[in-house]
Design a protein around this ligand. Sequence first.
Ligand SMILES: [Zn+2]
Length: 114
Amino acid sequence: MRISKLLEKRVGVMFYALAVVLLAVVVSVRIPSLRKTQNTPHRNGRCINNLRIIDSAKEQWAQQNKKGATDKVALRDLAPFCKDGVIPSCPLGGIYAVTVVSANPTCTIPGHSL
Ligand SMILES: [Zn+2]
């Protein structure tokens, strides 16, 4: 009787340990997949499209203001060249930046780039 109770207790502990391990595995698998659903190709594509719009606005601004490749540019300069005078924003909340005319606009979210 005593041996079977001890065995029963061990099986219980092992079952509990197995449940904890399984939970840890499920959580570790689910968390990266949740991140993936937030950073979907669709949203990346929308951001990249926004970067193209900003790049096009930058080219128009440079042409209209007779700026060269090394001239500095600011996002606020580009608003008049965007639809409704509004610079598009990243669908995931990234921050856009422009530096000089020859450089591509950038987003702070990894994978969002031209
Ligand atoms: Zn972005």
